[in-house]
Design a protein around this ligand. Sequence first.
Ligand SMILES: O=c1ccn([C@@H]2O[C@H](COP(=O)(O)O)[C@@H](O)[C@H]2O)c(=O)[nH]1
Length: 277
Amino acid sequence: METFGGRLHRAVTERGPLCVGIDPHPGLLARWGLSDDVDGLDRFARTVVEALGDRVAVVKPQSAFFERFGARGVAILESIIRQLRESGALVLLDVKRGDIGSTVAAYASAYLDPAAPLYVDAVTASPYLGVGSLAPMFELAATHGGGVFVLALTSNPEGAQVQRAHGADGRTVAQTVIDEISQLNAGAQPLGSFGLVVGATIGDTGHDLSRVNGPLLAPGLGAQGATAADLRTVFGSSLPSVLPSYSREVLHAGPDPAALRAAAERVLADCRGVLAD
Ligand SMILES: O=c1ccn([C@@H]2O[C@H](COP(=O)(O)O)[C@@H](O)[C@H]2O)c(=O)[nH]1
């Protein structure tokens, strides 16, 4: 069985280092001339999948925008996840789950068990209850070739208060998360399956990412103000592991599929220019 790290490495080699988010904000639905209801949601999500599913390495549906519509929204999420996987994109579901270990085990079965209706290639997870509490997700991911991206240094300004606080050993909370994920990925080839979320907006924080040996998802590009050039400052020598992530910057170009593809190609070219340095 190929690991998630291996599959991601291959997808990025074939399609380029880019993750595009599906975030059907009410404002975007209106901008696309769609109604703010399940029909609008369905049309929006399917347009993105049809435009980008066969060319972008990773697609990241933001679960919140589907959950907003209850069971019918989640049914659409389930359906587009299947469609995306059939079109060859890796699906990273942005759900930021975290809880005590016994509940995390249920989240793991919900997303990382191939028999689950919402089965995806990888999920985002919150380490706020301790990185160790996420162990059931790491274990199920490892069993089935899945991945987990753990929040480390998020793109929002409020994150710093918690993530950059210092623990008794002098390390920041974020560095503790980084170090624990690095251990999980030790020795993995060509890339570990356990990633971190590190915002492109955060500047040079002095955190050491050099031993992560796993993917570094970088949201915050475009709509939140970061540019591809900022990746250099944030990631330094870890640039080769960065997976840049854009949602609104690309989605604003819709609903014309050709315009969505052109926007994705433009941001990919911007990022390639930096990541190839
Ligand atoms: O630190 C984080 C973690 C996750 N996100 C999510 O990424 C997208 C960003 O959307 P944009 O439109 O590109 O700003 C969104 O789903 C967030 O929930 C993040 O922004 N920062």
